[in-house]
Design a protein around this ligand. Structure first.
Ligand code: C2E
Ligand code: CA
Ligand code: CA
Length: 429
């Protein structure tokens, strides 16, 4: 342990702090945890010796509080993770400590931009266990992972309940797949001018035996984190191919049903293989299953993504860019990648009463049309939005004004919904 000389080990902090809390149980205590974002890169970029020099410096920053603040112990947990246990009166004191340590570290002369991330663990309970405070600190720190603009977070009970909910999802999803709790819903896409359905989008619904309907927003982000989304995607895709294969066998007219390709999946080398296998197995032409990729998927590994998209397009699949306009700069991609369809996010048309919104939408639509992309607008809910979009020469939309997502069986019976408005079909979704 390179820093053992400077700060205590985890074991001895547990004993020393445990003792301290026992002796003065009426004080408030906190554990602050710090981790360096991408420390591996520091070692790779600067070499191990430099990495160690940095760690020794960080250890000295923590050590300073042990020597200069009452009731404080610092320790090096492992690798680039450090912690400080201290008594406090106001949370602001802890925030000041964090900002001071951060400033010292970022001012340290070093070839690589070092970015520390902190979690502040606190507890309303009297004489909390040190391990409990440490868990709280870790949870707080994890809650800001990937958020570059955040350097620290203070623990909040909501973090624990969020974590519990995530655990529950991870726990239940396997049996959900096995027991058929995940169901295929389809939301029709319509041509507003011609007044007909031109396709659909496959959307997953989870009918949980105890919790009822769990909205995708509650479980998809969790599954994206742990990778299980790949299984869910494939499960839903298979249902879509099976449905279209059935229509073909029955000699009925097919309309395209788009599938969502999660971000994680888009990086998966096996993506093409899976889609080709489904295509063969159900004997469905690929143009009936357009692939919706979220805009942000194009951000990382841009080149690899273009290559995979091109190889899928060569095999007849259509690529649709989902959530267009949700904050990432995609102009470059519009230049470099041929897209068959662009779906404009519903946020885009939310505040149409503003003149500026109208200008942006009208011109974005015109630009995309000139680039030759087929445009679909999402989230059309009102007559005003409909009229405005028709005025922009934009006819293809998806939104509650026309249809809500419906079970695939219902989507399968066009007559039953052609003349119905959304809220008359399946209001609870
Ligand atoms: P998305 O791909 O942008 O899907 C469109 C979402 O907008 C759907 O929400 C749909 O119900 C909703 N929507 C459509 N029209 C309107 C409208 O007029 N007003 C409002 N307020 N909402 C409208 P949903 O089904 O809750 O799905 C949320 C997100 O979850 C989807 O956003 C998609 O990113 C993800 N998702 C859903 N199913 C799947 C799936 O099978 N696989 C993957 N990877 N992601 C999925
Ligand atoms: Ca989508
Ligand atoms: Ca979308």
């Amino acid at each position: 342990e390179i820093c053992a000389c400077l700060v205590g080990s985890e074991m001895c902090i547990r004993d020393r702090c445990g003792e301290m809390i026992k002796q003065q149980p009426d004080k408030k205590y906190s554990v602050i945890i710090m981790d360096i974002v991408q420390f591996k890169a520091v070692n790779e970029f600067c070499g191990r010796d430099e990495g160690d020099r940095l760690l020794r410096f960080i250890a000295s920053c923590f050590d300073w509080y042990e020597n200069n603040r009452p009731d404080s112990y610092a320790c090096h947990i492992r690798a680039d993770i450090f912690c400080l246990c201290t008594s406090y009166e106001e949370v602001e004191e802890l925030e000041i400590i964090v900002r001071e340590i951060r400033k010292k570290i970022t001012d340290f002369p070093f070839a690589y931009r070092v970015q520390p991330s902190f979690g502040i663990g606190i507890s309303p309970e009297r004489a909390p266990a040190i391990s409990y405070l440490k868990d709280c600190a870790t949870m707080a720190m994890n809650s800001i992972k990937g958020k570059v603009y955040r350097t620290y977070a203070v623990f909040d009970e909501k973090m624990r309940s969020q974590k519990m909910r995530e655990r529950q999802v991870e726990n239940d999803i396997v049996s959900a797949l096995e027991n058929g709790e995940l169901q295929l819903y389809v939301q029709p896409k319509v041509d507003m001018r011609a007044g007909r359905v031109i396709g659909g989008e496959a959307l997953v619904r989870w009918k949980h035996p105890e919790k009822g309907l769990v909205p995708p927003g509650e479980f998809i982000p969790v599954l994206e984190k742990n990778g299980f989304i790949i299984n869910v995607d494939e499960y839903i895709w298979e249902k879509v191919f099976a449905y279209l294969g059935k229509l073909r066998k029955e000699g009925r007219t097919l309309i395209p049903v788009s599938i969502n390709v999660s971000r994680l999946h888009a990086y998966d080398e096996k993506l093409t293989e899976t889609l080709l296998r489904l295509r063969e197995e159900y004997d469905v032409l690929p143009e009936y299953v357009p692939l919706e990729l979220t805009e942000s998927a194009f951000l990382e590994d841009e080149v690899g993504m273009y290559r995979r998209m091109e190889s899928l397009r060569e095999r007849g699949f259509l690529v649709s860019m989902d959530d267009f306009g949700t904050g990432y700069s995609t102009m470059n991609m519009l230049k470099n990648q041929t897209l068959d369809e662009i779906k404009i996010d519903r946020e885009f048309i939310r505040d149409l009463e503003k003149d500026k919104s109208q200008i942006i939408i009208r011109n974005t639509i015109a630009m995309l049309q000139q680039l030759g992309a087929h445009i679909v607008i999402e989230g059309v809910e009102t007559e005003e939005q409909k009229e405005f979009l028709l005025g922009c020469n934009c006819t293809d939309v998806q939104g509650f004004l026309f249809y809500r997502p419906m079970p695939v069986e219902e989507f399968d019976k066009p007559v039953s919904y052609t003349h119905l408005r959304a809220h008359e079909t399946c209001a609870d979704l």
